[in-house]
Design a protein around this ligand. Structure first.
Ligand code: SAM
Length: 232
């Protein structure tokens, strides 16, 4: 990993913002990911993220914190937050912006326990593939204090496979339609291809039920996106 995502965050933080990250997937063309969006404040966040932040309580874990925007908001409300991210650049930027407790760490290496665990901006992306969902959910469950909650957002991207007549065109031999190959480039460099999972609510519910996690839909967004609450 070249950590181009982290490099881009560092450039923005250090006033070297000249271009945006470029993303594409196996089913979509190149698109810009504007760096200012990764530094959004509460008022510029989607409603589903605002709702998750409003519900966060107790000792909180912000998984895949990026530039730390969610953690900073929660800290400003006097809440106790720990942020983790696998990107060294993201961790450096979050620290520079004032996130107090932060570690460069993958979710599966986390061992503390929490009252609220946040996974935001397509939180299921971190699970990467459908066959890893139960591993991640079991691990998340093991990190919950009694009465704790996991707040996670994702989208049902089936709409990306519908043709003009409303027909679904995915190859029958392909993997689950929400499992994407994700490509990122920045300033002429290409990152190693990643897997990124969009999980529809029904599959999330089924995966939770299978491991005795309660799953409720808290809200639906305007574009097939949703916020779910998982609890014991
Ligand atoms: C789409 S970004 C979202 C960043 C931030 N939550 C936001 O909403 O702006 C996903 C973040 O998750 C981090 N990430 C990916 N896999 C991870 C893992 N297994 N454990 C922890 N962080 C991870 C990435 O480095 C990236 O910063």
């Amino acid at each position: 990993m070249k950590d181009l995502f982290g490099k881009a965050l560092l450039d923005y933080q250090n006033n070297n913002y000249t271009e945006d990250l470029m993303t594409s997937t196996n089913i979509s063309d190149e698109d810009e990911l504007p760096l200012p969006y990764l530094f959004r404040d509460y008022n510029d966040m989607p409603k589903l993220e605002q709702q998750a932040l409003n519900l966060a309580k107790g000792k909180i874990l912000d998984v895949g914190c990026g530039s730390g925007s969610h953690s900073l908001y929660l800290q400003s409300k006097g809440l106790s937050v720990k942020a983790i991210d696998v990107s060294a650049g993201a961790v450096a930027v979050s620290k520079a912006r004032g996130v107090i407790t932060i570690e460069e760490k993958a979710l599966l290496d986390e061992t503390d326990t929490f009252d609220t665990i946040l996974l935001l901006m397509n939180g299921t992306g971190i699970f990467q593939t459908l066959d890893q969902v139960s591993t991640y959910l079991l691990h998340l469950k093991s990190l919950l204090n009694k009465g704790g909650q996991i707040l996670i957002d994702s989208s049902d991207i089936k709409y990306m496979y519908l043709d003009e007549d409303g027909g679904f065109w995915q190859d029958m031999n392909a993997n689950y339609y929400g499992e994407l190959d994700y490509f990122l480039s920045y300033k002429g460099e290409k990152e190693a291809a990643m897997k990124w999972l969009y999980l529809d609510y029904k599959l999330l519910l089924d995966a939770c039920t299978a491991i005795d996690l309660k799953c409720e839909m808290l809200a639906e967004g305007e574009h097939y996106d949703y916020l779910a609450k998982l609890s014991i």
